[in-house]
Design a protein around this ligand. Structure first.
Ligand code: GLU
Length: 508
């Protein structure tokens, strides 16, 4: 019988979630849903020195905004609770002790000063940072070289110790990565990682293996930066006798700068505005409110879509996918090995496409909120829907709706008269005075009739309509933008149209 698919996203609450982290969430989520499996979020907070207040909430808020809701988590509960590693502290020690008893791990009593000394004493130009490994192990204070009596005495005296894995001197370990295929390591390259710290907290290495096992994880997808840790984890799975249960792994490629050179850094992130969704969450490290995708006016659907194609495609040129389509089409084998370039301009293209394909009613609340934040009251929701349909083609970001639609609901605060002035003359002045009067008397108020009236009056003044359109647009909108000018007049109504024409004629 096939096991139920169970995947996990295992963030450490050390800061905001950035693009790469959310993509890891997404790939986990898609894989789980495609296989009718479970998507678990486990908080890996065993490194208390790196804990950041608010980070966990931030992670869950981000997931919620993206619509990537976990089946099990500290927030959503589940049969394998607790899902926060700090609350599972008592679970890990027995496994570390088991490894010591079996000879796969050992007690190390070295003090911080002794470790420091080791690094100084054995540093050479070829090896500037010597590691605690098979070459130096015997020179340190640990249970591999101390006598059994000494060890018992140190333990009885409650001397602080850590438990380290005893990495084999020269062994090849390998596994099959779902993206990279066969990956091998020589254990000589890896140091004797600490598994259990002096305070009894496990390190990431021990906790991730124990929890993936206990939580019956079948597939583990994580960032490429964890590849070097894989040999440690592989050996732990083996030493603990759980090899047959080991999840299939996939190490996801890095996300690169737009030019393809180098990993996207936190600084690029701040510059391009994507590391986090700011919401009201402050990064205590920088004390700054970071502006994220959400605040920049991205739709969650667009954000999810653009993340999915950062390093993956469905084998065609298609780039636009709904979440349902992604669940159907996603496959880990189609994720590229090489890093994926992130391009903010391309990200905006996705958002524009999503705005265009969203219906007015889907966008209504979001646009109304932006307008309200800018003190523009929308009394007529139907009118807002009509406006949204009329202008959405012109909006790349949700925030563009402010400029593109506010003039439907209130008079422009400024008019770009400087763009009219150079070609303004008495004939045009007269034309617009008469146009305002004619519009005031109009019985039929719709785009087609308004255009007809305008053209007839222009002909009577022997003026080309083309020369009059820009001034009329600026009069109604305030600037050189917006949809068809008679559509605007039709929607803002007679009173506002006439008043705005007269205001600007007055200004000129
Ligand atoms: N806690 C690790 C992180 O923050 C998780 C890595 C993994 O998924 O194994 O990235």
């Amino acid at each position: 019988m096939n096991k139920k698919v169970r995947v996990r996203f295992a963030p450490s609450p050390t800061g905001g979630l950035h693009l790469g982290g959310v993509r890891t969430v997404l790939f986990n989520y898609l894989f789980a849903k495609q296989h009718q499996g479970d998507f678990i979020v486990r908080i890996e907070d065993t490194d208390q020195t790196r804990f950041v207040e608010g980070a966990e909430d931030y992670i869950f808020n981000t997931l919620e905004w993206c619509g990537l809701v976990p089946d099990e988590s500290p927030k959503h509960g589940g049969p394998f609770a607790p899902y926060r590693q700090s609350e599972r502290k008592a679970i890990y020690r027995q496994y570390a002790e088991e490894l010591v008893n079996a000879g796969y791990a050992y007690y190390a009593f070295d003090t911080t000063e002794e470790l420091e000394q080791m690094r100084n004493n054995y540093k050479t130009s070829e090896n500037p940072s010597p590691q605690y490994n098979h070459t130096l192990r015997a020179k340190m204070r640990n249970s591999t070289c101390l006598s059994a009596n000494d060890v018992s005495k140190l333990l009885a005296d409650q001397t602080p110790y850590v438990i380290r894995i005893k990495m084999p001197e020269d062994q090849t370990v390998s596994f099959t990565d779902m993206i990279r295929g066969e990956v091998s390591f020589n254990t000589a390259q890896v140091d004797d990682k600490v598994l259990l710290k002096a305070d009894g907290m496990p390190t990431y290495h021990l906790a991730v293996v124990v929890d993936d096992y206990l939580m019956k994880i079948t597939h583990a997808f994580r960032g490429e930066e964890w590849l070097p840790s894989a040999p440690v984890h592989l050996l732990l799975w083996k030493y603990l006798g759980w090899e047959a249960e080991m999840p299939l792994w996939a190490h996801l490629p890095l996300i690169l700068k737009p030019d393809g050179h180098g990993k996207l850094s936190k600084r690029d992130g701040d510059r391009l505005g994507f590391p986090v969704f700011a919401m009201d969450w402050k990064d205590p490290k920088s004390e700054e409110l970071t502006v994220g995708f959400k605040e920049r006016g991205f739709l969650p659907e667009a954000f999810v879509n653009l993340l999915a194609v950062l390093g993956w495609n469905d084998g065609t040129d298609n780039e636009l996918f709904t979440i349902e389509e992604l669940i159907e089409k996603f496959s880990m084998e189609r994720v590229h090995k090489g890093g994926a370039k992130f391009d903010y301009e391309k990200a905006k293209w996705f958002n524009h496409e999503w705005i265009k394909k969203s219906s007015a009613s889907q966008l209504n609340n979001k646009v109304a909120k932006i307008l309200a934040q800018n003190n523009i009251e929308v009394k007529d929701n139907e009118l807002l829907n009509t406006v949204i349909d009329l202008v959405k083609e012109r909006c790349t970001l949700l925030s563009d709706f402010l400029m593109q639609s506010s003039f439907f609901f209130k008079n422009p605060e400024q008019f770009d008269t400087a763009s009219i002035q150079p070609k303004w003359d008495a004939t045009k002045n007269q034309f617009f005075i008469e146009l305002a009067n004619a519009f005031e008397l109009s019985i039929l108020w719709n785009s087609a009739d308004l255009e007809k009236e305008f053209k007839e009056l222009a002909a009577a003044h022997q003026l080309k309509p083309g020369e009059l359109m820009l001034p009329l647009r600026i009069m109604l909108v305030g600037g050189k933008f917006g949809p068809g000018v008679f559509d605007i007049a039709n929607l803002i109504g007679k009173e506002a149209t006439v008043a705005r024409i007269r205001t600007v004629v007055g200004l000129l």
